[in-house]
Design a binder for this molecule. Structure first.
Ligand SMILES: NC(=O)c1ccc[n+]([C@@H]2O[C@H](COP(=O)([O-])OP(=O)(O)OC[C@H]3O[C@@H](n4cnc5c(N)ncnc54)[C@H](O)[C@@H]3O)[C@@H](O)[C@H]2O)c1
Ligand SMILES: O=P(O)(O)OC[C@H](O)CO
Length: 323
């Protein structure tokens, strides 16, 4: 199975390395000419994944047309750019494995739904879970959910990507796998705020638990299965991203908690903090579905520039309720 990767950021590069562990050639499309040159000439992505030596079997291209002929494509562009990039990619019936975590602004579609809308005849899979790119690239043990409605294709993709340090768990719940990754990014911003504002470890644990309740309510309303939400792509990724400054979303939240403005924190960012884009879309989707998501609402208020103490105070002052 010849693998193509769409996206030369940290995660696309790490996944190209995962796919190359079999010894087979991997073709990676990157948007930036300097990333293409860096991978092909120095076998390193010095812009997005510096310090990781890549095998020579990974070749980079700046032309999406070159991906024609791949047997499966890993889609690793940021969620808000998946539609534009996929529209220029020769796909037809090639299986698409969505690896971005987010919900498209405007349409409220998960990235797998965007891909399915563009290519109704292409089988769709989702790879998601607790996966900091630099740890995966360094060969540290990692487990992910690999969800595909076609269980046989899902198993073939899992076999193709598995290695002693990378362990995919099969699922057929594509929606559930996507919702976990999209929602946890927003909740990680909230946990970063707790850190930045010095609110303590109790508050962080409470946010993880109550945030998971929000993820579950929203996920079930969108057709996800409860066991997927409590698995690697849901609770597993929530715990990882809410615990570490290695998370871009958590780090954004730390800045907000310190009273910095979202616009300043996001300006000129080289890397993507998906939760900042997902938060308002998720808030609107939850409101339309009649799902209560107070932590997500609080993150939106902070991204809009509201005062940290006021937002935290309002969250804690809500009427008491049953767990
Ligand atoms: N980095 C991780 O550890 C990690 C792990 C799992 C999932 N993800 C997800 O993978 C996706 C990609 O993140 P990343 O970490 O690889 O990116 P990154 O932050 O390392 O790099 C930014 C990426 O955005 C791309 N980009 C910027 N503007 C663009 C545009 N207009 N059109 C298309 N692409 C554009 C850049 O080319 C680059 O590939 C995100 O959804 C992220 O949540 C990341
Ligand atoms: O750095 P973050 O916050 O985008 O998180 C990266 C991955 O999604 C963790 O699984």
């Amino acid at each position: 199975m010849k693998i193509g990767v769409i996206g030369g950021g940290a995660w696309g590069t790490a996944l190209a390395q995962v796919a190359a562990r079999s010894g087979d050639p991997v073709l990676l499309w990157a948007r930036e000419p300097e990333v293409v040159a860096s991978i092909n000439q120095t076998h390193e992505n010095s812009r997005f994944l510096a310090g990781i030596a890549l095998p020579r079997s990974i070749r980079a291209t700046g032309a999406l047309a070159d991906l024609a002929g791949c047997d499966a494509l890993l889609v690793v562009a940021p969620a808000q750019h998946v539609r534009a990039v996929l529209a220029e990619t020769p796909v037809a019936t090639t299986p698409l494995v969505l690896c971005a975590k987010g919900i498209e602004a405007g349409t409220q579609l998960l990235v797998g739904e965007v891909a399915q809308q563009l290519y109704p005849d292409a089988p769709i899979a989702v790879l998601s879970g607790p996966t900091f790119a630099h740890e995966v690239a360094a060969g540290q043990p990692t487990a992910v959910t690999l969800a595909c409605a076609d269980a046989a294709l899902g198993a073939a993709l899992a076999d193709r990507l598995a290695s002693p340090s990378f362990r995919p768990y099969a699922s057929t719940d594509v929606i559930g796998a996507e919702i976990g990754g999209a929602v946890k990014n927003v909740l990680a911003i909230a946990c970063g705020v707790v850190e930045g504002a010095g609110l303590g470890q109790n508050a962080r644990a409470a946010l993880i638990a109550r945030g998971f309740a929000e993820m579950t309510r929203f996920g079930l309303a969108r057709g996800a299965r409860a066991e997927t939400l409590s698995g690697l792509s849901g609770l597993g990724d929530l715990v990882l991203t809410c615990s570490s400054t290695s998370s871009r979303n958590f780090s954004l939240g730390v800045g907000l908690g310190q009273g910095k403005r979202a616009a300043d924190l996001l300006a000129d960012r080289l890397t993507v903090a998906e939760g900042a884009f997902t938060a308002p879309v998720l808030q609107a989707a939850a409101a339309e579905a009649g799902v209560d998501m107070p932590v997500v609402d609080a993150v939106c208020a902070l991204l809009d520039g509201r005062d940290v103490a006021a937002v935290v105070g309002a969250l804690l002052a809500r009427p008491l309720r049953r767990e």
